[in-house]
Design a protein around this ligand. Structure first.
Ligand SMILES: CSC[C@H]1O[C@@H](n2cnc3c(O)ncnc32)[C@H](O)[C@@H]1O
Ligand SMILES: [Zn+2]
Length: 430
């Protein structure tokens, strides 16, 4: 057994108290052995003085390779943005693009303290290779869209999502888990849900999809079935403890109750919701109803970054506006959303720093002017810290970022390759 000691820092405990402590990790098992006063007992030492050791952040909804389309199309609402710009560009995507874009996403996430993420996209073999190389943890899936496809192509798309989930589950020494990911209730035909959802359940595979992001998600379902999309999704077997949805912006009281009753988690994506003017999710109401809420960036083309510190601040700010209450979506709730909440939503065994727990951490440098004085660590994590304050990132016991430098990927090469792929992709699309 080789041990790593995170020494000299403060530690954010699961009850969100902070104490001066070291953390000893079994690197081969990727597990925390002890949290306490250790004073130099590790085989390898990682200096965390002046810093806070917290659980690695978990990005519970996104489309990693959309980094290639960052800044390609802005200042439009979701439907116009997807139909006029994003989907035509994605029609030109090649496997290598997804690999390059996901590596860029990995570098950005690692540098800002994210150790696990959820990815709904295409060419998932490439996504898995990038995750494996980066050393990250992920829940990945092939996104299914059947609108605009004939029956054969639509069925093939859903088959691909199932096959990908079965092929990759447990990859990268178990750091990669999978899910079947239909895009949304209104972009996948009812007959395909009816045919495939029972098979997904039989195979014990979780489900992840976009729900009620904009008013346009409601109209077609209400017009055809006379019910809210959450009820429609429940009728099709899409809700449950193994399901988590992205957005949940336009959910009424009965839908919130249904999400709580079925144990379906909601991933809040505040930056994307603000940028696309999709609306303000009723996060405090979801929390009050007992719904598990996680946090996600969505893709880098609608955010336009993958920094969960930024996202935490946005979640707190817009949560207060939505509730018209400055005490709503308070800092401790937001830190829980970005750690344990996201982890529970995505079914990943992370989100707490404790003995016997998984060794995934972000180490945040608090010796910064904008983090001085430190009356309250949790307040600073939400309202004042930035992704660039992350000093070290550790996943599964391995140091993936040491003093701001990614150890597993060559950052310059990743940036260069992503730029080349992005330019060629956009040239093909235009
Ligand atoms: C079928 S793979 C995922 C699919 O989703 C698209 N997408 C990106 N951002 C959003 C969003 O905010 N709402 C809905 N769909 C989104 C992405 O471009 C892919 O086509
Ligand atoms: Zn999305």
């Amino acid at each position: 057994m080789t041990t790593l000691e995170l020494s000299g820092g403060h530690v954010l405990r699961p009850d969100l108290t902070v104490e001066r402590a070291d953390v000893l990790v079994d690197q081969s098992a990727g597990e925390v052995l002890e949290v306490g006063a250790l004073a130099g007992t590790g085989d390898e030492m990682l200096d965390c003085s002046g810093s806070l050791v917290m659980p690695g952040l978990v990005n519970a909804h996104g489309h990693g390779a959309m980094t290639l389309l960052r800044g390609y199309a802005d200042d439009k609402p979701l439907e116009a943005w997807l139909e006029e710009d994003i989907w035509p560009a994605e029609a030109e995507l090649e496997a290598g693009d997804v690999g390059a874009g996901t590596r860029l996403a990995a570098v950005e996430m690692l540098r800002s303290g994210t150790t696990a993420f959820v990815d709904m996209y295409f060419q998932v073999d490439e996504v898995v290779d990038a995750v494996t190389e980066a050393g990250l943890r992920a829940r990945v899936g092939h996104g299914v869209v059947t609108v605009g496809k004939d029956d054969e192509a639509a069925r093939a798309d859903f088959e691909e999502s199932l096959a990908v989930a079965e092929r990759h589950d447990g990859a990268a020494d178990g750091r990669v888990r999978t899910a079947v990911m239909p895009h949304a209730p209104h972009t996948v035909g009812t007959e395909f849900f009816e045919a495939f959802v029972p098979r997904v359940h039989e195979a014990g595979i979780p489900l992840h999809f976009h729900l009620n992001e904009t008013p346009a998600y409601l109209d077609p379902i209400e017009a055809e079935y006379g019910e809210r999309p959450t009820v429609y999704a429940d009728d099709l077997g899409l809700l449950g403890e193994d399901s988590w949805v992205a957005h949940g912006v336009h959910v009424d009281d009965s839908e919130i109750e249904l999400l709580a009753e079925t144990g379906t988690s909601v991933v809040h994506c505040p930056a994307s919701n603000m940028k696309l003017a999709s609306g303000m999710a009723p996060v405090q109401e979801l929390l009050d109803a007992g719904v598990m809420v996680g946090l996600g960036t969505d893709g880098a083309a609608s955010n336009n970054d993958l920094d969960l510190f930024d996202e935490m601040r946005d979640a707190a700010m817009v949560g207060k506006l939505a509730a018209e209450d400055a005490s709503a979506v308070a800092a401790p709730d937001v830190v829980r959303m970005a750690t344990e909440g996201s982890a529970a939503a995505a079914g990943l065994p992370v989100g707490r720093v404790e003995a016997g727990g998984v060794a995934d951490f972000a180490v945040v440098d608090f010796e910064q002017p904008h983090l001085t004085p430190t009356h309250d660590f949790v307040s600073h994590l939400v309202y004042a810290a930035r992704g660039s304050d992350v000093r070290h990132t550790i996943c599964d016991g391995a140091v993936l970022v040491r003093d701001g430098t990614v150890t597993t990927l060559d950052e310059d090469a990743v940036r260069e390759s992503a730029s080349e792929h992005a330019t060629a992709l956009v040239d093909r699309a235009n």
